[in-house]
Design a protein around this ligand. Structure first.
Ligand code: ADP
Ligand code: MG
Length: 681
């Protein structure tokens, strides 16, 4: 038996220093190594004639070296040129600064070269090609996997290491899918699959391997979600909230009229709350569609029926804001709301815990501080988690355990198409607010390049002179937090000292203490700060009606759904609002994405487009939705497969509800593993 948990360091050709590099890629064990899948593939299988090569393409040619390699000095750099010929024409191979090449070629001998072609005025060149003797097949003559790398690790080395890893497990991997499933759906077996996903002979083999992996990934996810849903359904002892407490009582007292969509979802929620079944409902709606008031009304019903409610928000800023909205409406109803976040004093926390336990607090609003063990409710009946993509299913379960099967309402601000939601949130019922409150002015959006910077800055000044405030958001790439932080502080300094020296500028980032952040937010809210520079910490839910301008730096680095979220921070008051997306690069994909943002304000449309243009990797990653990470499957491309797999999962569970039959043993194991390894925030 192979030991898949073997540390990579002990794999042949690895050793301590390479192991360190592999660790950086998240590869720690033999298993990690062989499941480190290629990012893409290069087809170095087909040899092209020199005369067929097209300018700009990447091609493989087979040609004879007709001269010795020559060194040409250019501005301190050395360029190496080699003349090649096949039966159709001649070509020059070019490399920079690689003196070792001079000894690599022999005149008259045949080699293969793989690289980018430049073909102009009848002259063909191939730039920095990968090469080997015509008889060799190490680097060419097949499909070559390309892996995500880290500094000091090359494709060739990593490829070699993976080859060694694969040879260590040679046909000894234990199958993870039941035999009957492999047969019924004609899937490749695991040993073949792992080999072929790295080194497919041709595209058909690759497709087969990929399909098997996607199938497995999606099947396990579906089984897990459906099992979860079944487990709720089995609980017949949910709370029946009072039919005599009507949400409509309070609706009349609101300062605005609810939209039809809001009324519809309230009806769905009220029905859930009144019947015996536990509510497990996802509330989806675009930014600003008015989800908060829905949760206030639901909490009102819970409290008036004699229960407590817990509202969980992902950030302290958001929780404080919720507290304000809740008390605004509920205070005069004699309902007591409190805030529990980690930055409050120990004494205050104790006080809150005491009051919560004896029922003096009706609604507790907070961050995951609420999850702490010593936070006990007297009678928790309703749990609301806001912006749920920040919480995992596990947190949800953890908080519901503080009550006796409380009803759960999950609010998500990342709208996704209904078909997809039905699949991804297979464990929840879904309500959608598909309408914005009336009189919302669409936010005018512009995508601009660097050269427009001065005009953008002038526009900011103009808005501030008119009494408005602006956000400037910079991207944060998680891999290198320190550098990012520097980028933010540098930018803030530049804006503060040079560009907007006449105005009050402040900045905000994730590494600041909660207290500091709150203070700055409060100051911004009160209008003491004109321009707030921030990383994406402001993404969720901040409400400053006087802010009318959202500038996003390096907008190309954000996903569309995220840009849409950011844009939703403005346009919250009576003022005409703007969003300026500053972007770099000229890729078609980038331009297309910017165009979508400028053309529509509809979050559902945007998320669909995001999915299409980016692939699902980022969008539906673990961090976003608390779902198991998908390594291979792509929710956009694999939508048909996903729908097929959902049906298969349903059939399996219909026959064997708890996956207890012998033939489903492997599935049960996989489901368990997936759900136990979920990352906690
Ligand atoms: P989100 O769905 O993004 O959480 P919020 O609940 O924060 O949106 O609502 C955004 C703003 O719209 C709030 O100031 C809220 O008071 C207001 N609002 C909500 N519903 C309505 C409505 N039906 N008519 C007018 N304003 C509303
Ligand atoms: Mg909200």
């Amino acid at each position: 038996m192979v030991n898949l948990e073997k540390q990579v360091q002990y794999i042949k050709t690895v050793g301590p220093s390479r192991a360190e590099l592999l660790n950086k890629l998240g590869i720690h064990t033999l298993k990690d190594l062989i499941t480190y899948f290629p990012r893409e593939y290069e087809d170095r299988g087909k040899v092209k004639k020199i005369c067929e090569c097209v300018d700009g393409e990447i091609a493989l040619i087979e040609a004879v070296a007709v001269s010795r390699i020559v060194e040409v000095k250019m501005r301190g750099k050395s360029m190496y040129k080699l003349q090649l010929r096949d039966e159709t024409g001649t070509c020059t191979a070019l490399w920079f600064n690689q003196s070792y090449l001079t000894k690599m070629f022999r005149t008259g001998e045949k080699y293969k070269f793989y690289g980018k072609i430049a073909s102009q005025y009848g002259r063909v060149e191939i730039a920095s090609p990968v090469f080997e003797k015509a008889t060799e097949t190490k680097n060419t003559g097949k499909i070559i996997p390309i892996y995500p790398l880290t500094k000091n690790l090359t494709q060739n080395i990593l490829r070699k290491i993976i080859e060694v890893g694969l040879s260590e497990v040679e046909d000894e991997l234990e199958e993870t899918l039941p035999e009957y499933i492999l047969e019924k759906y004609k899937l490749m077996d695991l040993n073949q699959t792992i080999k072929k996903i790295h080194f497919p002979k041709d595209l058909t083999e690759f497709e087969k391997a990929r399909k098997r992996l996607s199938f497995e990934e999606l099947l396990i996810m579906q089984l897990a979600l459906l099992e979860l849903k079944n487990s709720y359904l089995n609980e017949k002892n949910g709370i029946e909230f009072s039919k005599d407490v009507k949400i409509s009582e309070l609706i009349e007292e609101l300062p605005f009229r609810l939209t039809r969509a809001q009324l519809r979802v309230l009806e769905e929620i009220e029905l859930d709350m009144e019947n015996q079944k536990e509510m497990n409902r996802l509330l989806q709606g675009d930014v600003g569609s008015g989800k908060t008031v829905i949760s206030i009304l639901a909490a009102y019903k819970a409290v008036k029926s004699g229960y407590q409610a817990a509202i969980m928000a992902p950030t302290a800023i958001l929780a404080s804001q919720h507290l304000e909205s809740f008390t605004d409406i509920l205070n005069k109803k004699g309902i007591k709301c409190e805030l529990l976040i980690s930055s409050i004093t120990k004494k205050r926390k104790e006080e809150i815990r005491e009051k919560l336990k004896n029922g003096e607090i009706d609604i507790l609003i907070g961050t995951h501080a609420i999850l702490e063990e010593n936070v006990e409710f007297k009678k928790l009946g309703l749990v609301v988690t806001d912006e749920q993509h920040r919480f995992g299913v596990k947190q949800r379960t953890k908080i519901t355990e503080k009550g006796q099967n409380p009803d759960v309402l999950v609010m998500s601000a990342t709208p996704i198409p209904r078909t997809l939601a039905l699949i991804l949130y297979g464990d929840l019922d879904i309500s959608i607010i598909d309408e914005l409150p009336p009189n919302r002015k669409p936010i005018e959006t512009f995508a601009v390049r660097k050269r427009m910077e001065e005009r953008v800055n002038n526009f900011v000044r103009q808005q501030i002179e008119e009494g408005r405030q602006a956000y400037i958001v910079c991207p944060l790439v998680e891999e290198d937090e320190e550098n990012d932080l520097k980028a933010v502080t540098n930018l803030a300094e530049k804006y503060q000292k040079e560009v907007f020296s006449n105005y009050k500028v402040a900045y905000l980032h994730g590494k600041m203490k909660a207290k500091e952040k709150e203070e700055i937010m409060q100051n911004f809210k009160e209008g003491n700060i004109d321009i707030l520079i921030a990383t994406t910490v402001i993404e969720v839910g901040v409400n400053v009606p006087n802010a009318s301008l959202m500038i996003v730096e390096n907008a190309e680095r954000f996903g569309l759904a995220q840009l849409h979220q950011l844009r939703g921070r403005v346009g919250r008051g009576e003022y005409k609002s703007y969003c300026v997306l500053k972007y770099e690069g000229n890729g078609e994909n980038t331009r297309e994405r910017m165009k979508v943002m400028c053309e529509t304000n509809d979050g559902f449309k945007i998320s669909e487009k995001d999915l299409e243009l980016r692939g699902s990797g980022d969008f539906f990653g673990t961090a976003q939705h608390g779902l198991p990470e998908l390594k291979v499957a792509n929710l956009f491309e694999d939508m048909p497969l996903l729908m097929e797999v959902q049906k298969i999962a349903m059939n399996i569970l219909e026959e064997d509800k708890k996956l207890e039959e012998q033939k489903n043993k492997l599935l049960k194991k996989a489901v368990k593993e997936k759900f136990n390894t979920r990352i906690e925030i």
